[in-house]
Design a protein around this ligand. Sequence first.
Ligand SMILES: Nc1nc2c(ncn2[C@@H]2O[C@H](COP(=O)(O)OP(=O)(O)OP(=O)(O)O)[C@@H](O)[C@H]2O)c(=O)[nH]1
Ligand SMILES: [Mg+2]
Length: 251
Amino acid sequence: MTAPVARVGLVLPAFNEEAALGLVLAEVPRAAVARIVVVDNGSTDRSAEVARAGGAEVVREDRRGYGRACLAGIERLLATAPALTDTDIVAFLDADHSDYPEDLVRILAPLHAGEVDLVIGSRVLGGAAMDALLPQAWFGNRLACFLMRVLFGARYTDLGPFRAIRVAALRRLDMQDPTFGWTVEMQLKAKSFGLRVTEVPVRYRKRIGESKITGTLTGTLRAGWKIIGWILTWRLLLLVRRPESPRSRSL
Ligand SMILES: Nc1nc2c(ncn2[C@@H]2O[C@H](COP(=O)(O)OP(=O)(O)OP(=O)(O)O)[C@@H](O)[C@H]2O)c(=O)[nH]1
Ligand SMILES: [Mg+2]
């Protein structure tokens, strides 16, 4: 008997993305996803209306923060019918039209093949241009990946937000970071808990709408600080105790 095909729930965190969201949703390969959840993260524009018009379910999370938005999306997918189960997959995609939603098919392939638990879309492997991945973001990514390699032996090339993970693995990671540390937390824990991880090249382009993190000095500094802080703190934590996932250690 063959295993049932994994269903995919796609989460799009959105904070004031009315200009980009319609286009992003129109480009999502619908045959690849069972559910699409847009998390309206306290938007003051028409993001929620645009999301509904684009065929997405909308969850409102008024407490701002990228990680909080992702958690609210996951909660929706796991807690409401048709709820995803442990063998299904959750994918994450930014709502600003920087990523190419069509690349989702490439991200999902190793998961559907049962080869891995987590797939990161790497903009570095995809040869992202500097006007899309701003120099400060490019540098911050390189630094974070260098530190993860030196301190953990992890061979990541990017902290790209476009990614997908099996639900059982996601539960084991017990994700906590409410803001910009979300992606690095997932990658650090995945390495420490021994998940099977791979990267696939993804394309990247200039976002539509106003840049909120890497396009501003304070955004860049706050995100950079958070990310480096996660790496150093996690290293220190592991020096004093073994990485124990809250659930069983065998997948
Ligand atoms: N900045 C920010 N983005 C959020 C928040 N909540 C959800 N998002 C969404 O998270 C995604 C990533 O945010 P972006 O502002 O594109 O961050 P970035 O890609 O690092 O940097 P820029 O594209 O240069 O702004 C987008 O889809 C946002 O709409 C939040 O509280 N702050
Ligand atoms: Mg962006």
